[in-house]
Ligand binder design. Structure first.
Ligand SMILES: Nc1ncnc2c1ncn2[C@@H]1O[C@H](COP(=O)(O)OP(=O)(O)OP(=O)(O)O)[C@@H](O)[C@H]1O
Ligand SMILES: [Mg+2]
Length: 418
């Protein structure tokens, strides 16, 4: 039998081989960097679009002479909070420049600038005021600029890292209050974006400050599988000379591991990058599942424990445990509905939760506040929440556990006597 070969295909393969020999497998490796914010902003769901719209509209409020608000953005690790804020700020800048207005934005990493004074010094440096500036000088300069019709978006990233500092032990509350005060006096030109990994960040702020500036709360949920897939394909197409270097099976593994890490995009990019290094070291023509597994081993496995102990509070843990318990023991309503075993109804989980609280001698939350805890667990990628539609229990929330129920019970079993 004569095999028909596409001659173009051969030429393309030979070209890839030549480039591979001269440059390795990469075209632009920076596309696999988790700090690359100069990429397209990918949105696939209605909810993502709504959030995008809300953030950009808030940034544009000074243009419409509307009240200027503070944005409080929170969400799990690597879900795109920093990227999101920077993209929104750069879109706002374009709008302002179309209107002939001066617009500046800056991002202060509060991890490395973790006190009141360091934050203002960094704002001055980022906005090009000069190098060593005191907070008073920075505020005075901002006031002068606002008077000159300039507009600002100050992004305070990783805001939960700020500690009381200086003689007066000033905190993040003081940073927000002083910038807010400036806005009040000067008619509002600074939009503040405060980013935190702590989904309960607002609880760290004083109620006095919160009541005063009444911020807009936005939770950045982890991307769903479709968005994650689009982000990763976009990056691989640009990073590799030949994106086909990633075997289909290996790519499925990358996505599966990332799902277990709460859909952390940074994790996915690092995993691909390390698997690609493995592929180069072993002089293989493609990235195999074995390369991905090796990369995962190098990165340290499963961060579920760390999410549970670092990002969940006691109440959250009991809620998570209750979901796992209902999943493991089977939903009582399963036989009346078409739900797969990993999906359970909120009401059932709430019943188990109340019993678990009683056993642990903890006050059970109301159903509404229990719902807030569920949302937090959803935002960390540990569960997926959806509406059941009209059914046996009316319209209720269906919870799908995204991690193995036995894993949850193993990790939380001793601390929760549910
Ligand atoms: N919607 C998106 N479209 C394109 N790229 C995205 C999107 N969301 C996230 N990314 C990419 O994911 C990576 C991680 O995003 P980012 O650094 O903003 O996460 P984060 O939530 O701030 O993480 P951390 O909590 O660790 O600070 C970045 O490289 C970013 O480009
Ligand atoms: Mg960040």
């Amino acid at each position: 039998m004569i095999s028909i070969k596409d001659p173009n295909r051969d030429i393309i393969e030979r070209c890839y081989e030549l480039m591979r020999q001269s440059k390795g497998i990469y075209r632009h490796p920076t596309f696999l960097s988790d700090y690359n914010y100069k990429v397209d902003w990918i949105t696939t769901t209605k909810k993502e679009l709504e959030i995008k719209d809300k953030v950009i509209t808030t940034l544009l409020s000074p243009l419409k002479n509307e009240k200027v608000n503070t944005l409080l953005l929170s969400g799990g690790h690597g879900v795109g909070k920093t990227f999101f804020s920077l993209q929104a700020a750069s879109i706002a800048k374009e709008f302002f420049s179309c209107e002939g207005r001066d617009y500046h934005y800056c991002r202060v990493n509060c991890h490395s600038n973790n006190t009141y004074h360091r934050i203002f010094r960094e704002i001055a440096r980022e906005l090009g005021f000069g190098d060593v500036w005191s907070s008073e000088q920075t505020l005075a300069k901002l006031r002068e600029k606002i008077a000159g019709e300039e507009h600002f978006n100050v992004i305070l990233d990783e805001a939960e890292m700020v500690v009381p500092g200086g003689r007066n032990k000033k905190t993040i509350d003081h940073v927000l209050a002083d910038l807010y005060e400036l806005n009040l006096e000067e008619g509002g030109s600074i939009v503040l974006t405060c980013i935190s990994n702590d989904l309960d960040f607002s609880e760290r702020l004083s109620t006095k400050t919160l009541n005063k500036y009444n911020p807009i709360y936005i939770v950045v949920d982890p991307p769903n599988m479709k968005t994650l897939d689009d982000i990763l394909r976009y990056r691989m197409e640009r990073a590799f000379i030949n994106p086909q270097i990633m075997q289909d099976e290996s790519y499925e593994l990358v996505k599966a591991y990332t799902a277990r890490e709460g859909y952390n995009v940074k994790y996915a990019l690092n995993l691909i990058s390390k698997a690609a290094d493995e592929c180069m070291n072993s002089k293989s023509a493609t990235i195999t599942p074995e390369h991905v597994r090796k990369a995962r081993e190098m990165m340290g496995s499963y961060s579920f424990d760390s999410i549970v102990w670092n990002q969940l509070n006691d109440q959250d843990r009991i809620v998570l445990y209750s979901i796992a318990y209902v999943v493991r023991h089977g939903s009582g309503y399963q036989k009346f509905s078409n739900l797969p075993a990993s999906r359970v109804f909120t009401g059932e989980v709430y019943d188990v939760y109340c019993k678990a609280c009683k056993k642990s001698d903890v006050d059970a939350l109301s159903l509404r506040r229990f719902g807030d805890r569920l949302k937090k667990i959803g935002s960390l990628g540990l569960a997926h929440l959806s509406s059941s539609g009209e059914g046996i229990r009316g319209n209720t929330t269906v919870i799908e556990l995204m991690v193995d129920c036995n894993e949850v019970i193993r990790v939380l079993g001793n601390s929760t006597s549910g």
